[in-house]
Design a protein around this ligand. Structure first.
Ligand code: FMN
Length: 353
């Protein structure tokens, strides 16, 4: 049942609904702003068991935009710690953060200024990737990362993970999807290297697994550690579900607790088709092959879909994004629909009669 507790590692989630990371592009010099307090407080009151903080950069050139959250200096750490301790005072929700590097997708406008557009040269920064292949014709050519830069990147993820623990977060998720740097190394569309980090699938996985191994060493054993992975590129020459299952299997062997199966994003246009629960089948395939706790996102908007996929163990828990912004009472309405009455806060009972 979706409102049953779920144990991931040593952490108990009060139900099987998690809020997906959502970039807010509202940080000030990498630190959370007042908007983050309001936005995350609202999500904390949604009834979900865990709220994931947005994609957060592990170094300066790894930002998507200049308004990204960051976690690579003491000020970022202090301001995020203040935010988490404020949120934790108000409820029993667990919190996670997603660590990321944007790679060739970095140095962008915030989407409401210009969607999916790189900054003009004067105010842009140099971007890096597996190979010097731009995201598409309109994007700048990234610099192929040297071995030394790769080793520094691994250190950056490790250092940010140490900071994330000090902030008192319950869960850490490494972003390996949505066309960002780790996805760029994994996908044959963007990785044409001919060293240890390119070529066959094991080489293309090397950077992802090196980071996972180093992060595992510094992230506490009892807390939740996961990764958002690409289940498929939705392109004939891209990542397939078998590759993703291999990644998930390796992550499990390293000591990761879950994978969040996403897809698409390596180039702006793919064959991805969005419909109700469109990634559930893909996630289930990976879950079965890798035998790791699995979640997925992608238009899980109907109560019947949410209940069915958890009841039939297609995934272990669901992760939602847009629906909870559109309808903040969605989880309480789902509880009422499932006759789970004591779940609804007394303050909202009159509303949901
Ligand atoms: C405003 C917005 C920001 C997002 N930011 C992130 C992010 O920081 N990291 C991430 O992995 N996915 C991000 N996503 C993708 C969502 O987490 C989610 O996977 C996607 O919206 C599909 O789920 P949904 O159909 O429930 O919205 C974002 C989506 C939205 C709508």
């Amino acid at each position: 049942m979706i409102f049953n507790k779920l144990k991931i590692n040593k952490i108990i989630l009060k139900n099987k609904i998690v809020i997906s990371p959502m970039c807010q592009y509202s940080a000030t010099k990498g630190c959370p702003s007042k908007w983050h307090y309001t936005h995350l407080q609202n999500l904390s009151s949604s009834g979900a068991s865990m709220v994931m903080l947005e994609s957060t950069a592990v170094n300066k050139e790894g930002r998507i935009s200049k308004s990204d959250l960051c976690l690579f200096n003491d000020k970022h750490e202090k301001k995020l710690k203040d935010l988490i301790s404020y949120l934790k005072k108000n409820n029993d929700v667990k919190y996670g953060i997603q660590l990321s590097h944007a790679g060739r997708k970095g140095s962008s406008f915030v989407p409401w200024v210009k969607s999916n557009t790189t900054l003009p040269k004067k105010i842009s920064w140099k971007t890096y990737s597996a190979s010097p292949i731009p995201r598409d014709k309109k994007w700048p050519k990234p610099t192929s990362m040297s071995k030394k830069q790769i080793l520094n990147l691994i250190k950056s993820f490790k250092k940010s993970a140490i900071r994330a623990n000090r902030i008192n977060l319950d869960c850490l998720e490494i972003h390996m999807a949505h066309g960002y740097l780790l996805h760029q190394f994994f996908s044959p569309i963007s990785n044409k290297r001919n060293d240890d980090y390119g070529g066959n699938v094991n080489n293309r996985l090397k950077l992802l697994l090196d980071i996972a191994t180093q992060v595992r060493k510094v992230w506490p054993k009892g807390k939740i550690l996961g990764a958002r992975i690409t289940g498929t590129d939705h392109l004939s020459k891209g990542i397939k579900s078998e590759d993703a299952a291999l990644l998930a299997k390796n992550l499990k062997a390293i000591g990761f607790d879950y994978v969040s199966v996403s897809s698409g994003g390596i180039i702006p246009k793919t064959k991805m088709n969005q419909y109700e629960g469109f990634r559930v089948k893909l996630a289930n395939k990976i879950k079965k092959k890798a035998k790791i706790q699995t979640t997925t996102t992608g238009l899980i908007t109907k109560f019947s879909t949410a209940n069915k996929i958890v009841k039939n163990r297609k995934v272990d828990f669901i992760t939602i994004a847009r629906i909870i912004i559109k309808n903040p009472l969605w989880i309480y309405q789902l509880a009422k629909n499932n006759n789970v009455s004591d779940y609804i806060p007394k303050q909202y009972k009159r509303i949901l009669k």
